[in-house]
Design a protein around this ligand. Structure first.
Ligand SMILES: [Zn+2]
Ligand SMILES: [Zn+2]
Length: 609
């Protein structure tokens, strides 16, 4: 609860009286009037007490402004007699101009020698019911602005005492002393039918005991009365409480230090605010059983003997306010609090909290029909009129995905609501295909966030059988050859030597069938998705012309090459160099002839690389 209370203050201002015609000398002794004690029975009736040190005539006037009238002490100013060293009691009525609202009472005393006192000005905020600075009462007397409730350590102990304050060594205050099991309680009755904000404030100083002092608003019900709200200095803490229930304690206080404590009773909304040195220490609802406000009192506790407290500038007042309606509502999918029509005091602020249901977010908040954005709280400050606030909600739309880098992604609604979950991998995507010599790589992407939760190497194509294949080798500039072990090898037999079936064999650009023989110069292609990703040129030993077989024609070509009559392709040269010494010689032709006619087997001549 945040309330911005209207600044309420009361001050006593002494103004030099400049309106008397009397001529003063250095020896002139001015009469003194001092002390302000106000008790207001109702708007048109108040009792003001003050002390006069001289006999004479009291003049007084009530105004609506702080300024005293220029012609103050004159025949038409209301007056009454005063005795020397006496407590003057001035009863103001509507005949004196006392009425609701802020009033100023101006008092002066003219002594028997015609000397005028300083002016005593009393400012009365709206419906000031009680004020006492205790300066008007003699030391050790009982201040007649109060009535005795309980006597504490004895009636004579509840008395005016002098306690220096703020450079005033003669400052007077009201001292209360309790006894074991018997509190000192000094009361002031309040008018019936009070409403609005009632404020009780006092300067207090704890002197001793575990419960040095309290002040409270109370009703008359029950044997002991019923507390409506109480503030205490007790057990080392500022305490507060409602009804006759236990008290709550907040900040600590020091003995022998003056504090200002205040209770603000909001009778309309039945709420109580508690203040210490103008800092709100807490708030409470007024107890449901608390009946009408009847009196207030100041107390010194009864927990043990020696509970002692000083009170000064005790005041109780009421102040006016206007109330406005603030109406709130919302769409489905959430709530706004408070909801419906709530009352707000003029000048106060009111905060609304907008809370979406699970699965919803605030889509917008409208104040007086104007969007203020999707805010979760909104505060009307310094309220000075009726207001309408409306919140709208919408289901979350989780449509934004962000990869977290660890196989999870975060799914977000535009409102910022989000959660994490595991990525959902799609199919493998090939980054680079494996070839006969190099491994490739592949990954999976999350179908939502596009993150890459899985990456794998694709191993290079490997040879799983050495029956037909001797090696893969590089000869010449960047040409890779598949060196076979035998002739008479079919396409199917060749492919079966590898761990992949994505292989095709071509001769002069034409694809061979499975049963076709693979010959020297054929191309073994590694195919992925119709793309040739690698190729090897096949070398069948002894097969020079590329039909996959060893025939006399091949022998003849080797012989012609050996004697320099012919030049073979690189593949055919590799095929013809069956002795494998790097060049084709007569010896290669001889061996190939012997293989061709069955005198030797090819395998026995092949030296594994
Ligand atoms: Zn959302
Ligand atoms: Zn993902």
């Amino acid at each position: 609860m945040k309330k911005r209370f209207l600044a309420v203050f009361l001050s006593v201002v002494l103004v030099v009286a400049v309106f008397s015609a009397t001529v003063y000398s250095a020896e002139t002794v001015f009469p003194v009037i001092k002390g302000v004690s106000v008790w207001r029975e109702n708007a048109q009736k108040a009792t003001i007490r003050f002390f006069s040190d001289s006999a004479g005539t009291v003049y007084y006037k009530v105004t609506d402004t702080p300024q005293a009238p220029e012609e103050f002490v004159s025949d038409d100013t209301t007056n009454m007699p005063a005795s020397a060293d006496s407590l003057c009691v001035l009863n103001l009525t509507e005949l004196d101009g006392l009425d609701s609202g802020v009033k100023y009472v101006h008092i002066a005393l003219v002594d028997e020698n015609g000397i005028c006192s300083d002016l005593l000005n009393i400012e009365m905020p709206y419906d000031l019911y009680f004020f006492d600075d205790f300066e008007g009462f003699p030391q050790d007397s009982y201040p007649s602005s109060f009535t005795r409730g309980y006597g504490g350590a004895g009636d004579a102990q509840q008395k005016i005492t002098v306690d220096e304050r703020e450079n005033n060594p003669n400052n007077k205050c009201f001292r209360l002393l309790g006894a074991y099991n018997w509190a000192s309680e000094q009361k002031v009755d309040l008018p019936d039918g009070l409403s609005g904000f009632m404020v009780m404030q006092a300067d207090v100083k704890a002197i001793g005991g575990t419960w040095p002092l309290s002040m409270e608003f109370a009703s008359n019900t029950g044997t002991w009365g019923t507390r409506i709200a109480r503030m205490s200095l007790k057990s080392g803490f500022f305490g507060y409480g409602i009804g006759n229930s236990e008290m709550f304690f907040v900040d600590t206080f020091n003995f022998n230090q003056w504090y200002t404590i205040k209770i603000v009773l909001d009778l309309t909304n039945r709420e109580i605010d508690y203040y210490a040195d103008n800092v709100k220490i807490n708030e409470q609802p007024i107890d449901a059983d608390a009946s009408a406000l009847k009196f207030f009192s100041i107390l010194a506790g009864n927990t043990q003997s020696g509970c002692e407290g000083y009170f000064d500038n005790v005041m109780v007042y009421n102040y006016p306010f206007r109330e406005f309606d603030i109406t709130s509502g919302s769409t489905e999918g959430g709530s706004i609090s408070p909801k419906g029509t709530v009352k707000a005091i003029q000048g106060s602020s009111k905060t609304f909290t907008v809370t979406p249901d699970s699965g919803y977010h605030i889509s917008d908040v409208f104040v007086e029909g104007e969007s203020v954005g999707p805010v979760s709280t909104y505060t009307f400050e310094n309220i000075n009129g009726n207001h309408v606030i409306h919140a709208s909600f919408a289901p979350h739309s989780f449509s934004s995905f962000a990869y977290n880098g660890n196989g999870t992604h975060t799914v977000s609604c535009a409102c910022g609501q989000n959660y994490s979950e595991n990525c959902v991998s799609g199919d493998w995507i090939i980054d680079t295909y494996a070839t006969f010599c190099e491994s490739g790589s592949k990954h999976k992407e999350c179908i939502h966030c596009g993150g890459i939760p899985e990456t794998e190497n694709i191993p290079a194509v490997s040879i799983i059988s050495a029956e037909y294949i001797r090696s893969i080798g590089i000869y010449g500039p960047n040409r890779a050859y598949l060196m076979c072990r035998k002739n008479n090898v079919s396409v199917q037999q060749l492919i079966s030597q590898f761990d992949t079936d994505k292989l095709e064999v071509y001769r002069n650009g034409a694809k061979l069938e499975n049963d076709d023989f693979v010959g020297t110069g054929c191309e073994l292609r590694l195919i992925n998705e119709q793309e040739t990703v690698d190729r090897l040129t096949v070398v069948i030993p002894g097969d020079i012309d590329g039909d996959g077989l060893i025939k006399l024609y091949d022998v003849r070509k080797v012989l012609r090459t050996a004697v320099g009559l012919e030049t073979l392709t690189e593949a055919s040269t590799l095929a013809g160099d069956i002795i494998d010494d790097g060049e084709i010689k007569i010896a290669d032709a001889r061996k190939l002839l012997r293989v061709c006619v069955g005198l030797e087997s090819l395998e026995s001549n092949v030296i594994p690389r």
